[in-house]
Design a binder for this molecule. Structure first.
Ligand code: ADP
Ligand code: ZN
Length: 744
C-alpha cells in the first residue's frame, strides 16, 4: 500500500520541511500544494502549515510520523507557479522556505483565518428598476435627491454594488436604500464580492483627455508590442515627464485584454495621490495593499487580487507576493527606491523578485524612474533591459536651474546661507512656494557639553542621540530609546550643554524667526505621525496655504507641487563622503528627485544646493541634469573597484552582547568558507559594522563577493546549511543579506 505524505512548511527558522500523514476522514484526492493544514508540533502545540508537496515516501520513522489535524483550505492559497516564485526566493536569499511562505501571505492567513471573502450585501436594480425612467415619473424620485443619486449609482453597475461601497460613497444611505427597495426599484442579493463592472473599468473616457506626447506614445507602443512575453523595460524619464501617464495607458491596455496588473510603489508618501489617479481612470476596479491597512482590510484586498476580481493591485514592497491568476504586467515605479528592499527577516528585493516573476509568468516588467539605480542602468547598457527615454517634461516645462552654491565663508543664519535666504524672501514676495530639503528630523543631531566635550550617545547603540526640542527629549533614531534632556552634563555636571547641527525642527524655528510672516509647514516622520495628517498637509500645500515647506525625503518622492519654484538643498555634503559606497548614488537620486519638485507648474524653478565642496565632479554632473553622465562616472568607479553591479555581494552579520562571541562565530564561518571555495570567492572581514553597536548588541560582519551569481550560490548554499549546525551559531543573532543595500 502506498503512503500519502504531506510535506509541510511551518513558520519556523528551520530549513527542513515536515512530513505528516493526512488527517482522518479526508479523501486522498483533496490535498494539493498551497493548502494550509493544522498540524501538531512538539509536545503540545498546534501550528498552521502549508503543504509544499505530496509524496509517497518519508525518511521519518513510522512511530514518529504524526497525523495532521485538519485541512484549512479547500483550494490552495495560490497556484503552483506562485509557489515556484516562493521557492526561488528561498534558494536565492538562502532563507528557510517556511519563513518565506509565511512572510508572503497576510498575517490573518498565517494565523489560520479563512481564506474566503465574507458574503456581502449587493444591491442591484429590479426588472422594474431597469426600465424605470426617472424623468417619466417626476413625483416619485425627483424630490428625493439622495434616492435618485443612489439609484443612478447602482444603475451604472450592471453587476450591482455592495452595500459597503454605497455607504462609502453616500452618507446615511440606509433610509434611501430602504425607500428604493420599497418602491421595488432595487433589490438585495448576497455575493462573495462585488463584481467589478467591465464597463466602468477602462472606458471612462472623460478621464482620458490627455493625449500622450511622442515619447510617451513610443514607450507605450514598445511595451504593448512586447506584452505577451517576458521583457524588462526601463522607463527612464526625468521628473514630470509623464511616466505615470504611461503606466496608466499600459494598465488600460492590459485590462482591456482581460488581465490583471500589479503596480508597486515606494513605501511612503505616494500612495494617496497614486490611488486617486488610478480610481479616476479605472473606477473601483483596484485594490491597494500598503502598511496603512488593518489586518482585515489587507486580507480582503489580497483575496480580491487572488480571486482575480481586482484588476489592478497597487501596493508597496510586500505586494510583490500577491498571487494573481491573470497577471499580465508588473510596473515598478521609482525602481531605485530603497524601500523595495526588506531590511530584516527575509531580506528580499521586491524589484528583483518582480523581474523573476515576470520571467516565470512570461509577462513584461516595467521599471520606471527619473534616477534609475546603477544596477538597472548597467542592465540597460548591457542590453538586458530595453531602455525607453522620456527626455522632456510634459508641456515643455523647463527643468530647473541647479545652482551649486559655495557656502564657505558665507554668513549663515543657522543652516541657511544669506544667499538662500534672499531667494526665499523673493519667492515670498512673489507668492510662490519654497521647498527646503534636509534629511534629518529633530532639532539637533547632537548635544554636546561645552565644558568637557561630552556627547549625547545612545546607551544601547553606537550613535548620537537626536535632540527633539518640542518634546525636550533625546531620541535614538535607531532603536527608539528616548530620555529627557538632562539639565546638566551627565559627565561633569557643567550647565553649558549646546546643541550642534541642524534638523528639520530647528530649521523650522530658524525660519520662523527670520520670516515671521511666512507660513511654514514641516513634513517629516514626527509631524505626520497622526493618521491623515500627511494628507491634510498635502491639501494645504495645494491650496496655497503654505509658503515654505520643510521636508525630509518623505517630501522628495513623487509629489507634484505646481507652486514650488525654489528648492533648497540645505546640506549636500553628507552624501559625498560616507563609508557606504552607495551614498553618492543616493545623494544624486535624492537631489534629482527633490529638484524635480521645482517648477512643475507655470513658472520655471531654481534649485540651490548648499555645499562646502563646490568643485566635486559628481555634484557638477548633477547640476547639468546629466544623470547619464553621472552614471557614467559612477559606473566607471564601481567597475574599477569591482563593486556592485560589477560584482555580487552577500553580507553575513552577527550580533551578540559580547563582541568576542560574534567575532568567533564569524571567524569560524570564514575559515569554513575558505576551505570550501578555495579562492573562488573574496571574503572580507570579519570587521565591526559601521554602526558598531545597536540596541545593546555588538555588530560584526563578513562580506563575500563574487564575479557572478552562480559561483556565489554554489558555495553559499552548502556553507550556510553547515553554519546552522554550528553550536556557535546559537549564541549569536546572525543573518544573511544577499545583494545588501544598506551596510550600516
Ligand atoms: P512623472 O510620473 O514622470 O513625474 P506624471 O505622469 O505625473 O509625470 O505627469 C506630470 C504631469 O503632467 C501630470 O500633471 C500629468 O497629468 C501631466 N501629463 C502627463 N502626460 C501628459 C500629456 N501627454 N499631456 C498633457 N499633460 C500630461
Ligand atoms: Zn539606540
Amino acid at each position: 500500500m502506498t503512503m500519502l505524505i504531506l510535506r509541510v512548511a511551518l513558520n519556523s527558522p528551520l530549513r527542513s520541511l515536515f512530513d505528516y500523514l493526512p488527517p482522518d476522514n479526508y479523501a486522498p484526492g483533496l490535498f494539493a500544494p498551497g493548502q494550509r493544514l493544522q498540524v501538531p508540533f512538539g509536545k503540545s502545540s498546534v501550528r498552521t502549515g502549508i503543504i509544499i508537496s505530496i509524496a509517497d515516501t518519508t525518511q521519518v520513522a513510522k512511530h514518529k510520523l504524526k497525523k495532521a489535524l485538519a485541512l484549512l483550505d479547500e483550494t490552495p492559497l495560490f497556484p503552483a507557479r506562485h509557489l515556484k516564485l516562493i521557492e526561488w526566493a528561498s534558494h536565492y536569499y538562502h532563507h528557510p522556505l517556511g519563513d518565506v511562505v509565511f512572510t508572503s501571505i497576510p498575517s490573518s492567513l498565517r494565523k489560520g483565518k479563512a481564506a474566503k471573502l465574507k458574503q456581502e450585501v449587493i444591491w442591484r436594480l429590479t426588472t422594474h428598476g431597469k426600465t424605470y425612467q426617472g424623468k417619466l415619473d417626476p413625483d416619485e424620485l425627483s424630490r428625493a435627491k439622495k434616492q435618485l443619486a443612489i439609484f443612478q449609482f447602482i444603475k451604472q453597475h450592471q453587476n450591482g454594488v455592495s452595500q459597503t461601497h454605497i455607504k462609502d460613497k453616500f452618507e446615511n444611505a440606509r433610509t434611501p436604500l430602504k425607500e428604493l427597495s420599497l418602491k421595488n426599484l432595487i433589490e438585495k442579493t448576497t455575493a462573495a464580492t462585488e463584481k467589478p463592472d467591465e464597463s466602468v473599468s477602462c472606458q471612462n473616457d472623460n478621464a482620458w483627455t490627455l493625449k500622450p506626447n511622442r515619447e510617451q506614445q513610443n514607450a507605450i507602443d514598445h511595451i504593448i508590442n512586447a506584452s505577451t512575453a517576458y521583457h524588462a523595460f526601463l522607463l527612464n524619464g526625468v521628473t514630470g515627464s509623464g511616466k505615470t501617464e504611461v503606466y496608466l495607458h499600459l494598465i488600460r491596455h492590459i485590462l482591456v485584454s482581460g488581465k490583471q496588473v500589479l503596480v508597486l510603489i515606494p513605501e511612503i508618501g505616494l500612495t494617496p495621490q497614486f490611488i486617486d489617479r488610478i480610481r479616476q481612470r479605472f473606477g473601483d476596479n483596484f485594490v491597494a495593499l500598503h502598511s496603512g491597512l488593518s489586518e482585515a482590510e489587507r486580507l480582503i484586498s489580497w483575496l480580491k487580487a487572488r480571486d482575480g476580481t481586482a484588476s489592478v493591485v497597487l501596493g508597496t514592497r510586500s505586494a510583490i507576493w500577491t498571487p494573481m491568476p491573470k497577471l499580465g504586467m508588473i510596473i515598478i515605479d521609482e525602481e531605485h527606491d530603497l524601500s523595495y528592499k526588506q531590511q530584516d527577516g527575509l531580506r528580499y528585493s521586491a524589484r528583483d523578485l518582480a523581474l523573476i516573476r515576470g520571467q516565470k509568468e512570461k509577462i513584461p516588467v516595467v521599471l520606471g524612474s527619473a534616477t534609475p539605480s546603477m544596477e538597472s542602468m548597467k542592465n540597460a547598457r548591457d542590453g538586458r533591459y530595453h531602455e525607453l527615454l522620456l527626455s522632456k517634461r510634459v508641456s515643455n516645462a523647463q527643468l530647473p536651474d541647479i545652482q551649486i552654491h559655495d557656502v564657505r565663508n558665507e554668513k549663515m543664519h543657522g543652516a541657511i546661507s544669506q544667499y538662500l535666504l534672499k531667494n526665499i524672501e523673493q519667492r515670498l514676495h512673489n507668492k510662490q512656494q519654497t521647498l527646503l530639503f534636509l534629511n534629518r528630523r529633530g532639532y539637533a543631531p547632537v548635544i554636546m557639553c561645552h565644558d568637557c566635550g561630552f556627547i549625547s550617545q545612545c546607551p544601547r547603540c553606537h550613535v548620537y542621540m537626536t535632540f527633539h526640542k518640542h518634546k525636550n527629549r533625546l531620541q535614538c533614531h535607531h532603536c527608539g530609546h528616548s530620555e529627557r534632556l538632562p539639565n546638566a552634563c551627565p559627565d561633569c555636571s557643567g550647565n553649558q550643554l549646546i546643541d550642534v547641527g541642524h534638523g528639520t525642527e530647528r530649521l523650522e524655528e530658524t525660519l520662523a524667526e527670520l520670516l515671521p510672516a511666512a507660513k511654514i509647514l514641516r513634513i517629516d516622520r514626527d509631524s505626520t505621525r497622526r493618521k491623515g495628517s500627511m494628507q491634510k498637509m498635502l491639501e494645504d500645500i495645494h491650496a496655497g496655504d503654505a509658503d515654505i515647506l520643510i521636508g525630509t525625503q518623505m517630501l522628495a518622492k513623487g509629489h507634484h507641487f505646481p507652486d514650488v519654484t525654489l528648492v533648497g538643498i540645505v546640506d549636500a555634503d553628507r552624501g559625498l563622503f560616507s563609508v557606504d559606497y552607495r551614498a553618492s548614488e543616493r545623494m544624486a537620486q535624492i537631489l534629482m528627485q527633490v529638484s524635480g519638485r521645482a517648477g512643475r507648474g507655470e513658472s520655471p524653478g531654481t534649485v540651490i544646493v548648499q555645499t562646502h565642496y563646490p568643485e566635486h565632479p559628481l555634484l557638477n554632473k548633477l547640476a547639468l541634469h546629466d544623470y547619464d553622465q553621472f552614471t557614467e562616472l559612477l559606473l566607471e568607479e564601481r567597475q574599477q573597484t569591482q563593486l556592485p553591479p560589477y560584482s555580487f555581494q552577500v553580507l553575513i552579520r552577527a550580533e551578540a552582547n559580547q563582541q568576542a562571541v560574534a567575532m568567533s562565530f564569524l571567524n569560524i564561518a570564514r575559515t569554513r568558507l575558505q576551505s570550501l571555495a578555495r579562492g573562488k570567492l573574496e571574503i572580507y572581514g570579519p570587521v565591526t559594522a559601521p554602526m558598531e553597536k545597536r540596541a545593546g548588541r555588538y555588530r560584526l560582519q563578513l562580506i563575500i563577493q563574487a564575479g557572478n551569481r552562480q559561483t556565489m550560490k554554489k558555495f553559499l548554499t552548502p556553507w550556510i546549511e553547515n553554519l546552522e549546525k554550528l553550536p556557535e551559531a546559537r549564541r549569536v543573532r546572525w543573518s544573511v543579506d544577499v545583494d545588501p543595500q544598506d551596510m550600516i
